[in-house]
Design a protein around this ligand. Sequence first.
Ligand code: G1P
Length: 291
Amino acid sequence: MSKPLRKVVFPVAGLGTRFLPATKVVAKEMLPVLDKPLIQYAVDEAVDAGADTLIFVTNRYKHAIADYFDKAYELEAKLHEKGKGELLALVQGTLPRNVRAVFVTQPEALGLGHAVLCAKPVVGDEPFGVVLPDDLIWNGAGKGALRQMAELADAQQAGVIAVEEVPRDETDKYGIVDATPVDERSARIRYMVEKPKPAAAPSNLAVVGRYVLPSRIFSLLEQTTPGAGGEIQLTDAIEALLKEHGKVLAYRFEGTRFDCGNKAGLVRATMHMAMQDPSLAPTVRDFLNAL
Ligand code: G1P
């Protein structure tokens, strides 16, 4: 029997070294694109996909993320007192009422696969999503990328991984898939490999930070040994799932992805969002022209 996607894991224990010195104290997931932190875009996408349990895999330096989704009594009381209803709604809306946030710690930075494995006791035996907040995916008023993937996973009873074509010389920054096309947007994955050199890459179809996975992946992660970069890689566990004939689809989502794990991507996302906002777009356009 199929189960809808209810649980989504957010690995947020990374150091964010590309944004030092800001990330000396600010979690990289709290860096804003306009007025919302990156983690809020990720959470909104998970909630849009139907999730009611959000699992943050965090560490001792990331308390701000828990604080951000917690109730802010003093601030809320002040805004209420002053009749600032709109602002109050923004503050209270970081986490919808029917959604709960669960925090698990990743005591050591042993890799993305290890981070996902830390969520095992909370996920249990059901399919679940993984969202990497560095990848901001915008689809305007359309369905979010994770929702598109959850629907496909349910219809096809398969794991689904978001992919996008990348320049050949960048394959060593991504998980790369070798897949047989099924239709315009989806393809059945035969093989995948983490961060191959361009010459060894089976294609230029790269994994971006969205996954819908079966709970079977946890036992495979438990057996996964360190791979690329000496880390326990989620890609390697998915490859093990493929080896045992698990069905996993690569999905070209509808939407635009911004890699906010680096400065240029964060700037692009910020400019894009500013241009979507009628109150900002003219100012930004004039400013860019002047530059
Ligand atoms: C991770 C995954 C990689 C994927 C990428 C997408 O790598 O291991 O397979 O392509 O996210 O952003 P990271 O960026 O954490 O090195």
